[in-house]
Design a protein around this ligand. Structure first.
Ligand SMILES: NC(=O)c1ccc[n+]([C@@H]2O[C@H](COP(=O)([O-])OP(=O)(O)OC[C@H]3O[C@@H](n4cnc5c(N)ncnc54)[C@H](OP(=O)(O)O)[C@@H]3O)[C@@H](O)[C@H]2O)c1
Length: 349
């Protein structure tokens, strides 16, 4: 099979470099072009990428010349998919320009996520939302389209909520312990985060309180009807490199036992079978001190989330648990790659 060529927008950043790393040896996709700012344009990728251990950088990427985003679509590049890891204020225009030019844009960026005709996807949950692609193309007159994946902490929590939806959720509360890689390469000075916890992450709580409701919602004609429960989030940055950990309290409409919740996590399966889909999207950890980022973030090559400490809460009909997932793999680059694989498999690309 001929491989599909992909471009990476923001290829020199924290998430962009993860895209490049994860493309190495991908059976369906291959790197066609790497884009970044004027600061990096014209230089070899190995000169301007700052985050990988040299051994982690794929050989095919090291000598590629980084292009400016102003060059998108100006050469006959036969790229079909653009993975986007640009800062929001740049992505808002560039992603639209790409979709207009006919590319399928698989974006990590928040700016288009909540637009009514843009799918916000976790393939194990809502491939029926692919129906929005035709709506978007027709609304906007584009040859290409934009699909998005959720915010990193949202993906981890929302995957864990999916198998619990059948019990009837009334309210969710969550407190996050988020890794520093989530703030980007230049994100936090070491003096600010070492020996510290920062109890504020800009716009994170708003994303966690809104995105899951769209993802867990149902496609009704040309619109998503949001899931009908409330979410209250408190988000915190902790001195962990990779892997977000979240304490979740779920209040159900009726009494649900710990055993029923554990069984729902354990038995969760999907029909998504592509190179990046984990065999088990949710892994139930039985040990009392799991999940932990150091031990569990690489489960399923970083694409599985781990849940543990399932127990009764103090409120009526409440269960609490801990969930953990790799923020730059499952929560960012890996999520966009999985979206693109499922799109390719189903003939959208
Ligand atoms: N980190 C995460 O875990 C995570 C998770 C989910 C979503 N996201 C989202 O993904 C996006 C990227 O995040 P990140 O953490 O990877 O950021 P980052 O490390 O700061 O990287 C930003 C990238 O964008 C490029 N860029 C910056 N200004 C530009 C400009 N004016 N024109 C063209 N390119 C420009 C940079 O290129 P230069 O190197 O040339 O400056 C770099 O490649 C953000 O929107 C973020 O919210 C991040």
């Amino acid at each position: 099979m001929r491989k599909i060529k992909v471009g990476v927008l923001g290829a020199t950043g924290s998430v962009g470099q993860r895209f490049v790393q994860l493309m190495d040896g991908h059976p369906w996709f291959e790197l066609g072009a790497l884009f970044a700012s004027e600061r990096s344009a014209g230089k070899n990728y190995k000169e301007v990428s700052k985050w990988f251990l040299p051994s982690e950088m794929p050989e095919e990427a090291a000598e590629m010349v980084v292009k400016s985003i102003n060059n998108i679509g100006t050469s006959n590049d036969d790229i079909a998919i653009m993975f986007s890891a640009l800062p929001g204020e740049i992505a808002i225009e560039v992603e639209k320009r790409c979709a207009q030019a006919g590319y399928a844009v698989a974006s990590n960026v928040s700016v288009h996520r909540m637009e009514k005709d843009v799918p916000l996807l976790i393939p194990e949950i809502n491939t029926d939302h692919f129906g929005l692609i035709e709506v978007q193309k027709s609304n906007r007159g584009w040859d290409g389209f934009i699909v998005t994946n959720p915010n990193c902490s949202t993906i981890v929590m929302t995957l864990s909520l999916k198998p619990l939806m059948r019990f009837g959720i009334e309210e969710v509360r969550v407190a996050t312990m988020q890794a520093v890689s989530g703030a980007g390469y230049a994100g936090l000075p070491s003096m600010a985060i070492l020996d510290n916890v920062i109890p504020f992450i800009g716009s994170e709580e708003e994303k966690m309180e809104s995105e899951p409701l769209k993802i867990l919602g149902t496609l009704d004609g040309s619109e998503i009807r949001n899931a009908a429960f409330s979410i209250c989030a408190s988000c915190h940055r902790v001195p962990v490199i990779d892997g977000h950990t979240e304490a979740v309290w779920v209040k159900f409409k009726e009494n649900v036992s710990e055993e029923e919740v554990k069984k729902a996590f354990k038995n969760f399966t999907t029909d998504i079978k592509t190179p990046f889909s984990p065999e088990k999207p949710i892994i139930l950890r039985d040990e009392p001190d799991r999940p932990q980022p150091k031990l569990d973030r690489d489960a399923g090559r970083g694409m599985s989330i781990s849940v543990g400490r399932v127990r009764k809460g103090q409120m009526e009909n409440e269960i609490k648990y801990i969930v953990q997932g790799h923020n730059t793999v499952r929560g960012a680059a890996g999520a966009s790659i999985l979206n693109a694989e499922v799109l390719a498999e189903r003939g959208f690309i």
